[in-house]
Design a protein around this ligand. Structure first.
Ligand SMILES: NC(=O)c1ccc[n+]([C@@H]2O[C@H](COP(=O)([O-])OP(=O)(O)OC[C@H]3O[C@@H](n4cnc5c(N)ncnc54)[C@H](O)[C@@H]3O)[C@@H](O)[C@H]2O)c1
Length: 287
C-alpha cells in the first residue's frame, strides 16, 4: 500500500498479538510495543504460538510463510522508538479509558504528523479518545474480532472529525491484511458486532451468577436449539476472561456483580481462558 508500509501495534496481548502477526503475515513490517521485558516476553510467546496456529489452521500457511512473518516483527518497549517512523499505529492496550488516553497523549507528541492512529477499543467511542491524539482528523476505530485469521471482520468507525481520505486508507489497509472491512456510517457504541454480542454474553453470565445453570448447560442449550457452533461461555473464554472482567468492572451494577463473580472464581485463580489453560473450559492440551 502506498500510504501504509510501517505499522506499530501497541499492547501485544490477546488481540494485539493477533493484529501484529496477521499484519506481518500480509507482508507489512510491524513494530510490536509492550510495557516492559516481562510483557514483551509474553508477547513473543503469544506471537510464536500464533505462527503454529496459522500452520495448522490457515490454508497455504507454509513454514516459510509463517517464519517470514515472525521475522517481519520487531519488539520494542521504548514508545518513542516504537512510533518514530510509523504510518499506522493500531492501539490494543487494556480496555481502560485513562490508560488509552495516556498513551494517545504520549504518542500524539512522539509519532510523525502523517501517522494515522486506530484504536481497537471494544466498548469506548473513538470520540472519547480523539482529543488526546493531537490529530483528530487522522484518528478512528479499527475493531477486529478475536481469532482474526478465521473471524476476519474489521469494523471501521470514524468520528465526525475523521478525514474521509484517512477512513478510505484504513478500509484499504484492512483489506490488504486479509480482513473484510465493515464500514460503519456513524459512531455507534459497541459497533455492529458487539451491539449484538454483548447483551447475549451478559445475559448468559447472569444465568450462571444467579445460579440458574452451569456454563456447559447454557452453552449446550444455545448450540442445540439454534444450531450455532458455540455457546456464550465458549466465546467468553476466547475473548479472554481478563478482558471480560475489565469490561464488566467498568459497567453498571449488574455487570459489576458479574465482575466480582469472575474475579473470585476465575481471575484470582489464574483461570483466564485458553492462554492460561483454563477458563470456563479446560484447554490443557494447548498449554
Ligand atoms: N480480547 C478480545 O476478544 C478483543 C476483541 C476486540 C477488541 N479487543 C480490544 O483490544 C484491546 C486489548 O484487549 P486484549 O484482550 O488484547 O487485552 P490483553 O489484556 O490481553 O492485552 C493488553 C496488552 O497491553 C499491554 N499493556 C498494558 N498497559 C499498557 C500500556 N500502558 N501501554 C501499552 N501496552 C500496555 C499488556 O501488557 C498486554 O500485553 C482492548 O481495547 C479490547 O477491548 C479485545
Amino acid at each position: 500500500m502506498k500510504e501504509i508500509n510501517k505499522v506499530t501495534v501497541l499492547g501485544i496481548g490477546v488481540l494485539g498479538s493477533q493484529i501484529a502477526y496477521q499484519t506481518a503475515y500480509c507482508d507489512f513490517d510491524v513494530v510490536a510495543y509492550d510495557i516492559g521485558e516481562e510483557a514483551l516476553r509474553l508477547a513473543k510467546e503469544r506471537v510464536v504460538n500464533l505462527a503454529a496456529t496459522y500452520k495448522e489452521q490457515v490454508k497455504g500457511a507454509s513454514i516459510d510463510k509463517t517464519d517470514a512473518a515472525l521475522k517481519r516483527i520487531t519488539y520494542q518497549m521504548d514508545l518513542g522508538l516504537a512510533v518514530a517512523q510509523v504510518d499506522l499505529v493500531i492501539e490494543a492496550v487494556p480496555e481502560k479509558i485513562e490508560l488509552k488516553q495516556d498513551i494517545y497523549s504520549r504518542i500524539g507528541k512522539l509519532a510523525p504528523a502523517k501517522a494515522i492512529f486506530a484504536t481497537n477499543t471494544s466498548t469506548l467511542l473513538p470520540s472519547d479518545l480523539m482529543g488526546y491524539t493531537g490529530r483528530p482528523d487522522r484518528f478512528l476505530a479499527l475493531h477486529f474480532a478475536n481469532q482474526i485469521w478465521i473471524r476476519n471482520t474489521a469494523e471501521v468507525m470514524g468520528t465526525g472529525k475523521t478525514d474521509p481520505k484517512v477512513y478510505r486508507t484504513v478500509v484499504e489497509f484492512a483489506s490488504a491484511i486479509g480482513m473484510v472491512p465493515i464500514e460503519l456510517k456513524k459512531e455507534h457504541p459497541k459497533y455492529l458486532l458487539n451491539s449484538l454480542l454483548s447483551p447475549w454474553l451478559e445475559n448468559a453470565l447472569e444465568l450462571v451468577v444467579d445460579g440458574v445453570a452451569e456454563p456447559e448447560t447454557v452453552d449446550k442449550t444455545w448450540r442445540i436449539a439454534t444450531g450455532a457452533p458455540m455457546g456464550p461461555f465458549q466465546i467468553l473464554d476466547i475473548v479472554g476472561l481478563r478482558t471480560v472482567y475489565n469490561i464488566a468492572a467498568a459497567g453498571n451494577d449488574r455487570q459489576q456483580r458479574q465482575a466480582r463473580f469472575l474475579k473470585k472464581n476465575y481471575i484470582d485463580k489464574g483461570k483466564l481462558g485458553p492462554e492460561s489453560g483454563q477458563g470456563f473450559y479446560s484447554y490443557t492440551s494447548m498449554k
